[in-house]
Ligand binder design. Structure first.
Ligand SMILES: [Zn+2]
Ligand SMILES: [Zn+2]
Length: 164
C-alpha cells in the first residue's frame, strides 16, 4: 500500500495501522524451501520533535526445513524496524532514513527490504538441534546412532596412523 504522509508532515497527524499484511515469497527471503509465509505488521508513523518516525513491528511465520537436521519446522520470528522519514535528503542521512519527496511511502517495499536484511541465514528447529550424523544420516535429536564416535577430520586420521 502507498501511504500518503501529507497529514503527518503538514499537520502532525499520526498514522497507526494494525494487522497490516504483505505478501512475501521465497525469493524475498532468499530461501527456496520456505512455504506458508505470513507477514503481519503493526505500523506507527508519527511526528516526534522535528522528525517523522516510522516504527514497524512485524511477525513473520513460515514453514521450512531445519538447516541442521532437515526436519520441517513451523517458525515465527519477530522483527522491529525504525526509520526516520524525510521530505528531502540532507548530508546527515543514514541507512535508516527514507526520503519521500512527494509524501508517498511505499510501505510494502520498506517492510520487505527490512525483513530481507535481517532475516536469519540459518534456521534451526531448536537452538540446541543436534543435526544429523554425517555418516549414517540419522537425526540425532531422536537419539544417538551406532556409528563410531570419531573425528573424521583427515588430519586426525593421519595422526592416528602415526600412533599405530
Ligand atoms: Zn533441527
Ligand atoms: Zn551415524
Amino acid at each position: 500500500m502507498i501511504i500518503n504522509l501529507e497529514d503527518v508532515f503538514l499537520h502532525g497527524k499520526a498514522i497507526k495501522i494494525e494487522d497490516y499484511k504483505i505478501n512475501l515469497n521465497p525469493d524475498d527471503l532468499s530461501r527456496k524451501d520456505i512455504s506458508d509465509i505470513e507477514c503481519k505488521s503493526s505500523v506507527v508513523i508519527e511526528s516526534v520533535m522535528d522528525d517523522i518516525t516510522l516504527k514497524i513491528d512485524t511477525v513473520v511465520s513460515f514453514k521450512c526445513n531445519c538447516d541442521y537436521c532437515m526436519e520441517c519446522v513451523n517458525k515465527s520470528i519477530d522483527f522491529s524496524f525504525n526509520h526516520i522519514i524525510k521530505k528531502s535528503s540532507t548530508h546527515e542521512d543514514d541507512l535508516n532514513c527514507i526520503i519521500t519527496p512527494n509524501y508517498k511511502l511505499d510501505l510494502d517495499s520498506v517492510i520487505r527490504e527490512d525483513i530481507l536484511l535481517e532475516f536469519p541465514s540459518v534456521i534451526l528447529c531448536k537452538s540446541d538441534c543436534k543435526g544429523i550424523c554425517q555418516r549414517c544420516g540419522k537425526n540425532l535429536n531422536l537419539g544417538d546412532c551406532s556409528c563410531e564416535k570419531i573425528d573424521i577430520d583427515p588430519r586426525m586420521e593421519a595422526l592416528r596412523e602415526l600412533l599405530k
